[in-house]
Design a protein. Structure first.
Length: 284
């Protein structure tokens, strides 16, 4: 079977979903939710087809697919996933439904190629449309280092699984800085891992949130973008308690715009919040 390219495949799905949505009377928010769910499910099917010759380790929570030379790492990834799953689910009020696909890639080039990426992107893991893609620990953990300890404490499983939970709980209705902030917050709570803190000078140059939403990966200082996302979530929790995150996820699940949900729950618009974060950053 010939596999459609990612772009053609997604465009084809969008066309089909739009036609179906026009034939079924419903509200626009419900159309968006159902369309997103269908695209996500088809994307998982597409990924399963493109990795159908990979070896598999699986249980009720995760299905780890890997090439034969990555079996030891696949076992470590499955074990780590099960260790963090309950903690993430408890924090975000989520219940798993089915085994989650996790694809292991042998090199950064191979991982980037799976998305059609070019250039110097260097993620250790990526959540996308219902599945998690992981760079094998051998590609970034030193030969003389303890691979298991480093992967469990610094690896991407808690971070990427949190992205998955946010995606499923909101039906894809979230902004980029919001999900990155939550993923880092939960990761920090579980493993203690955080990125290096920016310099005081950098903290004075925070990005407008609208820029983070639209061009997150294009910002010149990526560590600053991630740190800003984290402290924004920490600020919301400091002011409202951890429950605010699940309140956001619940309201976003109904299809309301992020800006509207933010104003309803926080009592201020994003411009005002942005000013507060700039002041908050100075004291971090």
């Amino acid at each position: 079977m010939q596999i459609l390219s990612n772009n053609k495949f997604i465009l084809f799905l969008i066309a089909v979903i739009l036609i179906i949505s026009l034939l079924i009377p419903t509200t626009w928010s419900k159309v968006k939710i159902q369309a997103y769910k269908m695209i996500r499910n088809f994307s998982k099917v597409h990924l399963a087809l493109t990795t159908r010759e990979y070896s598999t380790l699986s249980d009720s929570n995760f299905t780890v697919k890997y090439k034969s030379d990555n079996q030891e790492s696949a076992q470590l990834i499955l074990e780590t996933g099960n260790e963090i799953l309950t903690q993430v689910n408890n924090t975000l009020g989520y219940v798993n439904r089915g085994s989650i696909p996790v694809i292991v890639y042998s090199s950064m080039e191979e991982l980037n190629k799976s998305f059609g990426w070019e250039g110097d992107r260097s993620p250790m893991g990526v959540y996308w449309m219902g599945s998690i893609r992981i760079l094998t620990p051998e590609a970034w953990v030193g030969a003389d280092e303890d691979k298991e300890v480093i992967f469990k404490n610094m690896g991407p499983m808690a971070h990427e699984y949190t992205h998955l939970v946010v995606d499923y709980k909101t039906n894809g209705n979230y902004t980029r800085w919001f999900t990155e902030g939550i993923a880092q917050y939960v990761e920090k709570e579980i493993t203690g891992f955080t990125l290096d803190e920016p310099t005081q000078q950098a903290k004075g140059n925070l990005y407008p949130f609208i820029e983070l939403d639209q061009t997150y990966d294009e910002q010149a200082d990526q560590e600053l973008a991630y740190w800003q996302s984290l402290i924004a979530i920490e600020y919301l929790i400091d002011k409202n308690g951890e429950i605010i995150i699940n309140e956001f996820l619940r309201e976003l699940n109904q299809g309301q715009s992020f800006n509207k949900v933010f104003k309803n729950l926080v009592g201020q618009d994003l411009s005002s919040f942005e000013n507060d974060i700039r002041e908050y950053a100075k004291n971090k």
